[in-house]
Design a binder for this molecule. Sequence first.
Ligand code: ARG
Length: 477
Amino acid sequence: MCSENEICFNDFKNRIMNSDKNHLWGGRFNEPTEEFVKIFGASISFDKILALYDIEGSQAHATMLSEVGVLTSNELKQISEGLDQIKHEITNDQFEWSVDLEDVHMNIEARLTEICGDPGKKLHTGRSRNDQVATDIRLYLRDQVRNITTEIERLLNALLDLADQEKETIMPGFTHLQAAQPVSFGHHLLAYFEMFKRDHERLQDGYKRINTMPLGSGALAGTSYPINRERTAEILGFERICLNSIDAVSDRDFAIEFAANASLIMMHLSRFSEELIQWSSAQFDFISLPDSFCTGSSIMPQKKNPDVPELVRGKAGRVNGNLVALLTLMKGQPLAYNKDNQEDKEPLFDTVETLHACLHVFADMVPTIQSKKENMYQSALKGHTTATDLADYLVKKGMTFRDAHEIVGKAVSYAINENKDLSELSLKELKVFDSSIESDVFDAISLEGSLNARNHLGGTSPKQVSLAINAGRKSIK
Ligand code: ARG
């Protein structure tokens, strides 16, 4: 027993050594962590997804440490074997994750020490969880961008194949959701090809910034060990190295950029979804989706609902939400690392999984889209969609565009009264509006004529659509 006012060193030591503290950082703590705080602060339930990347980073770090003489080759061997064993345990679902050990990094390190003793305790030399976690996320995202790229490429190819089948199919093109001018269905599909191609480009561009290595930045200020960052980067296949240790552990802009790119892709998928939903309704009846991509109603026996595009349209909302969450999480954080950053993982992982699934299902579904060509054609005959062509025809005969616009307006009004489409008026009827109109007018105002006339780069003539498909194929090779 210690007398009052006397510092009883042994008592104090016993208390702190035996308390239920975190063994990886508990040295300066006198009290154990409050039970709920442990759960509240733990990320293991979601960051264990990073486990294999964490091991990959640790292997590279240990190899580099042994090369610069901080670890002996025997220590490296024990660490490597231990990490291999842990990898085996994780992939075979034999690893016991513990909330007490907070996160994936400490779970793995603690197990390594259990397996190989002191060398395990040396692995964290010259490293902090701050540069470790930033590295893990980049390794993870790098892989995921590659997987997502494969899916976008499948979708791009599916769009080209479908556009090729549909280059001669005529449908109404819309502005304000009013029939505007006839277009080739293939051309319409190629509009999505262009969008997803820009998305593909953006992902590849962002990849450079993801593929940059923070390891070696320590907690924030670097490390006093003679590390060789170029070597670690080489082992991990990083193209570049973060050039400022404070920035490296703190910013998550590479992940936010990915989330922004993901939002753009989802926005494009959502627009495409919306059109597929409209087109497969009885009111449009332009396409049919196979039963395998639709579901029925539990009450209305006649229903066939386009669930897949509807879900994709809905999921665009959560991906946007994740982007806003990440931006808001980062905004206002002082340098360098703050625990706020632990909150980057769930929105990022959810974005990756959602985006991957949506692209995957679309790449599978696009080849199954069946166009209803006759319905599309008949629909293009409603709405006087070649009125601009008639005006252009009159301009070519010498009239000013404004006068031509006025005359065609009158012709449209006449056609409405006659319950016909402008393109269905006879030469005799048309001549009433201007005597310069000859029989060649039908090359201009028929749906086919209207399409064929738009024979320039980026135009909707079947010839140009065919050229665009060839160019598209080359561009994604
Ligand atoms: N689990 C943490 C995260 O996800 C790892 C880094 C912890 N660093 C720290 N200084 N507490 O961000």
